[in-house]
Design a protein around this ligand. Structure first.
Ligand code: C5P
Length: 227
């Protein structure tokens, strides 16, 4: 039975400010998207990837991924939720036997293969939903509207969530059927329909490239690895 990864990459990437969809921004000559999709397929446990692209850039994105035979591109929607929903509905055609589905950020293109395998294994072992997490290292404070601290939060039980998030496909379909228009966290949708979400260890390399600073760091790391 195959494992399919969905990559919602239909955003405009405004925060990076480069005037191009974030997923297509190159790091050392290769886009975040190409690196992320190849990383999923090379993990050895993902057979197909469905990418939701900006609707007017389907051909550009398909050309970007042309070297990867099991990468499929569908037009995304107005919000991330719509893009995931559209990619999820393509799974029936791409891999009708899929029982496990991952949802992954193109911006986390340096996610280690071991972490992808840990997520898939946990779903295959019976967990309805699985997320990779890291302990929170910053001190966290709650503030009021004026910015004055009202509480220092105990960070011991807090976790920062990465991707890929993994799901039993029926559970994700049910969660999306019940979801409203805007959801930023797929596992959160599963929680809302009463599903248990398990965690596995995340990894610092799976950082989300969001700002020009993150991009510069990624280029510097790759340059060090190559030298
Ligand atoms: O813009 P933001 O960082 O919240 O987007 C999160 C992810 O969702 C990005 O990978 C983006 O490409 C994707 N997205 C999408 N369809 C949209 C909006 C965002 O696939 N309509």
């Amino acid at each position: 039975m195959s494992v399919v990864a969905l990559v919602p990459a239909a955003g405009r990437g405004v925060r990076l400010g480069l005037g191009t969809p974030k997923a297509l921004v190159p790091v050392k000559g290769e886009s975040l998207l190409l690196r992320a999709v190849r990383g999923l397929l090379d993990s050895g446990c993902v057979q197909h990837v469905v990418v939701a692209s900006p609707p007017d850039q389907v051909e550009v994105v398909a050309a970007e991924l042309a070297t990867l035979p099991n990468a499929h591109v569908v037009p995304g929607g107005a919000e991330r939720t719509d893009s995931v929903r559209l990619a999820l509905s393509a799974v029936a055609e791409v891999a009708p036997d899929a029982r496990v589905v991952l949802v992954h950020d193109a911006a986390r293109c340096f996610t280690p293969a071991t972490m992808i395998r840990d997520v898939v294994s946990a779903v295959e072992a019976g967990a309805p939903a699985v997320i990779p997490v890291l302990p929170v290292t910053d001190t966290i404070k709650k503030v009021d509207e004026s910015g004055t601290v009202v509480e220092t939060v105990d960070r011991a039980p807090l976790r920062a969530v990465q991707t890929p998030q993994g799901f039993n496909i029926d559970v994700l379909r049910q969660a999306y059927a019940a979801a409203g228009d805007i959801a930023t966290d797929d596992a959160g949708l599963v929680e809302r329909v009463g599903g248990k979400v398990r965690t596995v260890d995340g990894h610092p390399d799976a950082l989300k490239i969001t700002t020009a600073f993150d991009l510069a760091v990624a280029e510097a790391v790759l340059a060090t690895e190559e030298s």
